[in-house]
Design a protein around this ligand. Structure first.
Ligand code: PGA
Length: 255
């Protein structure tokens, strides 16, 4: 079963509204003629509706960078999944390592968000990954397993994970550092994740779920990463802010 590659740009807390609109338009123009690759952008909340308009019919998917696990209520400063949908999002990034490290999001909190996202019909992109300290201590697989067990606890309880749900392996030491995991290092963890899905759910789901790699993906390393059997796409920070770089990533088959 073929998994369609997904190149996703996480803009984080960057770009003015005007720059965001220009960027998405340039991406739309740059990807024309590309077949068999899905493209997604995750702008800041304040830009979502405007970016949805600017996307037009170019086929770019829109994602929130986070959401609250509640659907509405007295949660000052928070944004719900339903609001993301109202702004035109089909996807939401959950459990990014910056959320985990800087905003104290635990896997338990992420699990609740994942549950609500799926309930609403949003496709979650669930991020997991080990720190440098954990890798150097030889704990990578234990950490990944624990994050999977806790962040997908509700799926486990229901014995169901939708094949459309997406995972992203992002080693924390590779995010924004310029240090990329080697294709072999990434593939090893991706395979581990797929085996975990197979063991927890079933082979069919494991073969369908896409697992993205994130952490200093750039035009120079994208083709090697994407050539790995279990790497189905990229979640990109820095290189998603420049149209020429991001378009090169989308056109990875040509490099
Ligand atoms: P980076 O960020 O590409 O700048 O390393 C990746 C991410 O945080 O998703």
């Amino acid at each position: 079963m073929e998994r369609r590659p997904l190149i996703a740009g996480n803009w984080k807390m960057n770009l003015s509204l005007d720059d965001s609109v220009n960027l998405v338009k340039e991406i739309g123009a740059g990807m024309s003629g590309v077949k068999g690759v899905e493209v997604l952008v995750a702008p800041p909340f304040t830009a979502l509706s405007t970016i949805r308009q600017a996307i037009g019919d170019s086929g770019i998917f829109l994602a929130g960078q986070n959401m609250n696990s509640e659907i509405s209520g007295a949660y000052t400063g928070e944004v719900s999944g339903r609001m993301l949908q109202g702004a035109g999002c089909t996807h939401v990034i959950l459990g990014h390592s910056e959320r985990r490290a800087l905003f104290n999001e635990t896997s338990e909190v992420i699990d609740l968000k994942v549950k609500t996202a799926v309930l609403l019909g949003l496709i979650p992109i669930i991020c997991i990954g080990e720190t440098l300290e954990e890798r150097e201590a030889g704990r990578t697989f234990d950490v990944i397993k624990e994050q999977l067990n806790l962040s997908l606890h509700n799926f486990k309880a229901d014995e169901l994970m939708l094949p459309s749900n997406i995972l992203a392996y992002e080693p924390v030491w590779a995010i924004g550092t310029g240090k990329t995991a080697t294709p072999d290092q990434a593939q090893e963890v991706h395979l581990f994740i797929r085996k975990w899905i197979e063991g927890t759910f079933d082979t069919k789901t494991a073969n369908q779920v896409r697992i993205l790699y994130g952490g200093s993906v750039k035009p120079e390393n994208v083709a090697d990463l994407m050539s790995q059997a279990d790497i189905d796409g990229a979640l990109v920070g820095g290189a998603s802010l420049k149209a020429d770089l991001f378009v090169k990533l989308i056109r990875f088959k040509e490099s």
